[in-house]
Design a protein around this ligand. Structure first.
Ligand code: FES
Length: 162
């Protein structure tokens, strides 16, 4: 597994901060996923070795946390905030609109690999709910009209992701 040097540097800085190496497992999973897009068996083994643990210790974490992926994500990662303010402002309806548009249930990737749709928790922008992230870009006030617009932009490849 080839990790970027910047990821390796982050990992080297992070691990010594934890007196018990096991506690670094979750943050390491996030860093490796950020670098690779998802966690393969190789990366699980690599993390386990780095922390002097068994692969099963890491596999348990990876299967427990829904934000950790074991399959390649789609071209666009669409993350809909479902915490209170967003939920009350229609986040579930917005999410359903994305599900229908890409024929893809939340928590999965569309068959054409265009979109991975996920729920996330509060993005600390509750006053502008519902909030949707596409890649690293935050979209606010995503009502059905704005969602339709974003869906169109994803389909024609013009949506901004950072
Ligand atoms: S509840 Fe969605 S941004 Fe805070």
């Amino acid at each position: 597994m080839d990790l970027k040097q910047t990821t390796l540097d982050k990992i080297d800085r992070l691990v010594p901060r934890y007196p018990d190496k096991r506690s670094a497992a979750l943050p390491l999973c996030h860093l490796v996923q950020e670098d690779q897009g998802y966690l393969t068996n190789d990366s699980i083994e690599w993390i386990a070795n780095r922390l002097d643990l068994e692969p099963i210790n890491i596999a348990e974490i990876v299967t427990f946390y829904p934000m950790l992926r074991t399959e390649a994500p789609g071209k666009y990662q669409v993350r809909v905030c479902r915490t209170l303010s967003c939920a009350l402002s229609g986040a579930y309806k917005t999410c359903k609109q994305f599900e229908d548009a890409f024929d893809c249930k939340v928590g999965s990737t569309s068959d054409d690999q265009l979109v991975t749709l996920e729920y996330v928790e509060c993005h600390a922008d509750c006053g502008r709910a519902p909030v949707v992230m596409i890649g690293e870009k935050e979209y606010t006030g995503v009502d059905s009209e704005k969602a339709a617009d974003l869906i169109e932009q994803i389909k024609n490849g013009t949506v901004e992701t950072e």
